[in-house]
Design a protein around this ligand. Structure first.
Ligand SMILES: Cc1cc2nc3c(=O)[nH]c(=O)nc-3n(C[C@H](O)[C@H](O)[C@H](O)COP(=O)(O)OP(=O)(O)OC[C@H]3O[C@@H](n4cnc5c(N)ncnc54)[C@H](O)[C@@H]3O)c2cc1C
Length: 503
């Protein structure tokens, strides 16, 4: 089998060959991947038009923290950069591929122990390779009445990678970083840091109290390249005695602002228990049809075809699905409150619908989105929107006009978090078509620039847009990140390019 020709930046073929032998001694040769064929899955970023192919040079798969420390020694000695992944399914943001070519992927799937679950306190401590499926099976087998909150690809991915990206789900614990408690982090020099109360010898409260003593550090290890997280504490939601999921349908495209202004107060006073998803007809249609079923010409599917196809299936231009959780009598009262609020604003409210993500059921339903066009290319554009109707309408019009200029269909599945909405919009394209890929790339770059120029920041972005996004979020911010990087990783071996953090 052919071995890889791609090298880490600035490292000679001879030196890299020596480093690979050293990796092999630490983890065992079977856990050093370097054949082109085996590297393929780690190279499929599925993002638009990359400036250079984001190809990794090898993959190393350690089994424990000591092996990670050994790998870091080798990397520091040879100045080899390393890209940590947990379950490596960061779909739409670069998947398992590094942000710059030649990095060695450090795959943590063998660190897959559920170290602790405290059924009384509703806490868990897990390693990076643990998947939501594994954790859910663990709870079910032991009849522990705790729910998980997961992102849409739940069965395939795990809490560590998702939380470190500050990902989200659809129960009241949907803010994953907001519900983690205590990290173990291996720093670039091999030192082991335990955040929060994890530094106390025999700590019995590491997973109960987030802030520890002194500066609260956990945030700097998310969307960053300052360390390798090897353990993460989680808070899990007690299974609610009752819950009820609703679908709210607004009949007109112009109803978006109205919908947001009804949702906001119900979220801020927590009558609505979870973020819910506010989505448009085009996104809903991806569950039923492909783009080619509606439109064969160039450009985006015309609105009238989207709305006609939607009507046939009982889909309206804007819909919001959300849930109420708690004691039955409280769910009962709040059902009346929310129904009246939405109905007064002209919406139809359908009670008792089923949305697996809102009720602790793992499913891969949302992957139908990838069938919209051939090829399954996906890049998320994810601006933050103040939770105000006027802003959401403004984002809608701006994004739709830019996407339409580039021949892409406007879709959104926005999570109504609290004071802000994460307005998550998929750009779906065929990566096998160079022309389509270039269009999607130009579209994404314009979206990022025009949204930030209008004052809107970005929640999260794919590997090939990280430098651009970071450059638009403040010069002092860039500089402080650079100082932290130099202090914690002076050789710059950890994930260069991640979140646009420079050394
Ligand atoms: C149809 C569809 C729907 C989606 N819906 C959602 C959704 O609802 N919510 C959501 O959040 N996402 C969603 N995603 C995006 C993505 O697939 C998930 O966020 C997924 O959980 C990320 O992949 P992962 O968990 O395998 O993380 P990984 O790929 O393992 O990690 C992500 C990144 O975090 C860093 N990292 C990972 N582990 C470590 C570590 N141990 N130490 C240091 N750094 C580390 C690395 O930079 C890595 O690239 C969706 C994707 C698709 C295709």
């Amino acid at each position: 089998v052919a071995t890889t020709q791609i090298l880490p930046k600035g490292v000679s073929a001879r030196e890299f060959a020596r480093a690979l032998v050293e990796f092999g001694r630490i983890v065992g040769e079977d856990f050093v991947i370097r054949s082109e064929e085996q590297l393929l899955p780690y190279r499929k970023a599925m993002l638009p038009e990359q400036p250079e192919p984001l190809l990794c040079s090898a993959v190393v798969i350690p089994a424990n923290v000591e092996e990670i420390q050994g790998i870091l020694k080798v990397c520091n000695r040879h100045r080899i950069s390393i890209w940590p992944i947990s379950t490596g399914r960061n779909f739409g943001y670069g998947s398992a591929a590094p942000a710059t070519p030649g990095q060695v992927v450090l795959e943590l799937r063998r660190l897959n122990r559920i170290l602790e679950v405290d059924a009384e306190l509703g806490t868990a401590l897990v390693e990076p390779g643990v998947t939501y499926q594994q954790l859910q099976d663990h709870l079910k087998e032991r009849n522990i009445p705790l729910w998980l909150d997961f992102p849409a690809p739940g069965p395939l991915v795990g809490p560590v990678g998702n939380t470190l990206e500050r990902g989200g789900g659809q129960t009241p614990y949907g803010d994953h970083f907001g519900h983690c408690c205590g990290m173990e982090v291996v720093l670039a020099d091999g030192a082991i840091l335990r955040t929060g109360l994890g530094g106390v010898e025999n700590s019995n409260s590491w997973q109960c109290y987030r802030y520890g003593y002194g500066p609260y550090l956990d945030g700097i290890f998310t969307q960053s390249n300052f360390g390798i997280v090897t353990k993460l504490g989680l808070w899990l939601m007690p299974a609610p005695p009752a819950h009820r999921t609703f679908l709210v349908q607004y009949p007109e495209d112009a109803d978006l602002a109205k919908a947001v202004d009804v949702i906001r107060p119900l979220r801020l006073d927590r009558t609505i228990g979870n973020f819910g998803v506010l989505f448009n007809a085009a996104l809903a249609l991806t569950s039923f049809v492909r783009k080619a079923d509606l439109h064969n010409g160039p450009g985006a599917v015309p609105d009238e075809r989207i709305f006609a196809a939607a009507r046939e299936r009982g889909i309206t231009p804007w819909m919001y699905s959300f849930s109420l959780y708690g004691r039955p009598e409280i769910v009962e009262v709040n059902s009346r409150v929310v129904t009246a609020a939405f109905e007064q604003s002209g919406a139809v409210v359908i009670p008792d619908i089923h949305d697996p993500m809102q009720v602790n059921e793992l499913s891969l339903e949302t992957f139908r989105l990838l069938n919209w066009t051939e090829g399954g290319g996906l890049a998320w554009f994810a601006p933050v929107c103040p939770n105000r109707g006027a802003d959401m309408r403004n984002q809608h019009l701006l994004a739709k006009s830019i996407m339409s200029d580039h021949g892409l269909d406007f879709m959104t599945g926005a999570t109504c978090i609290g004071r802000e909405i994460e307005n998550v919009m998929p750009l779906v394209f065929n990566p096998a078509s160079a022309e389509e890929s270039q269009r999607a790339d130009a579209c994404m770059r314009r979206l990022i620039r025009e949204f930030t120029a209008a004052g809107y920041g970005i929640y999260r972005t794919g590997t090939n847009y990280m430098d651009l996004v970071a450059s638009l979020h403040g010069a002092t911010n860039l500089e402080v990140n650079r100082r932290l990087k130099r202090a914690l990783d002076p050789n710059g071996i950890l994930a260069p390019g991640k979140s646009g953090i420079q050394i």
